[in-house]
Design a protein around this ligand. Sequence first.
Ligand SMILES: NC(=O)c1ccc[n+]([C@@H]2O[C@H](COP(=O)([O-])OP(=O)(O)OC[C@H]3O[C@@H](n4cnc5c(N)ncnc54)[C@H](O)[C@@H]3O)[C@@H](O)[C@H]2O)c1
Length: 310
Amino acid sequence: MGDKVLVTGSAGFIGSNLAEALCKKDYNVLGIDCFTDYYPRKLKEQNLSNLKSEKNFEFLETNLVDCDISKLLDGVSTIYHEAAQPGVRYSWDHVQVYIDNNIIATQRLLEAARKNKQKIVFASSSSVYGDVKELPVKESTELNPISPYGVTKVTCEDLLKIYNEAHGIPSAILRYFTVYGPRQRPDMAINIFSNKIMNGEAFELYGDGSQSRDFTYVDDIVAGTISAGESSKEFETYNIGGGSTITVKGLIDKIGEIVGKEPNYKCVGEQKGDVKHTHADITKAKNDLGYSPKTKTAEGLQNYINFIKG
Ligand SMILES: NC(=O)c1ccc[n+]([C@@H]2O[C@H](COP(=O)([O-])OP(=O)(O)OC[C@H]3O[C@@H](n4cnc5c(N)ncnc54)[C@H](O)[C@@H]3O)[C@@H](O)[C@H]2O)c1
């Protein structure tokens, strides 16, 4: 059996996929999650169902905001910190939840890691950039978040930086670009569009559909995340994107093609905090981590639709 690693947020979309991949690589995985009520607990329990049969997986229901984290870190070599309150739009009216589950949870984790200086691989977000002038965006671009969610991710990144400088805690900050694939959160666009189109239901599209996104298939995110955990680099920040972009309208059309139904939607106003375009420059992750996204959008969407159909 390999090293012991901690995956926070392991009942979530990305955390559960990551924990499975780490188990397959023979790591001894401790997963923790507190089942926040952002979406139904039942879905998160389903996310954990494959992991139950893994001999090298252990799960603990606990909250990073108030548990004794030092106990969780016993024997742990690397921390994959996926737990957070995600979602740009929800963040306007629920700032305290973001402060607690993003900033406070990360600061408590860092404080506990001071003793043994485990590496922290942190799930940051393209939302730290806001609306940028030059695309594809590089890691060196000035951060200019336009949502409370993005602000909390920037603060977490700053915390990781100062704990590295002051206490020598190594970390890899990974700025994920919109992730999709099996178990995608129910609030995310691809999940909503796919279900609506499959069921022949009408839906609303925020904006005019010309906004574009760098969508990243979850297996690629997981591969990049594990490479960052295994890298010997002391403190680095990486964009982890899908390698191409598509407009939201183009995405809807593609889902319609796969499902074999005409999408029925109407465009409504843009949402505050939504950026116009995202596109990651992934050169740094390619060079340092050998990161190379493998799943093209059409293939990833097909896999996802197959997953929903069950
Ligand atoms: N999904 C994306 O497109 C995307 C994009 C950029 C960044 N991210 C980041 O990736 C990470 C995972 O996102 P996801 O989409 O899998 O979200 P998710 O909501 O499915 O998973 C997060 C999990 O963390 C748990 N959690 C939250 N606060 C906790 C706490 N205080 N203690 C213990 N557990 C807690 C939740 O219960 C949840 O199961 C998050 O940090 C998110 O901000 C996601």
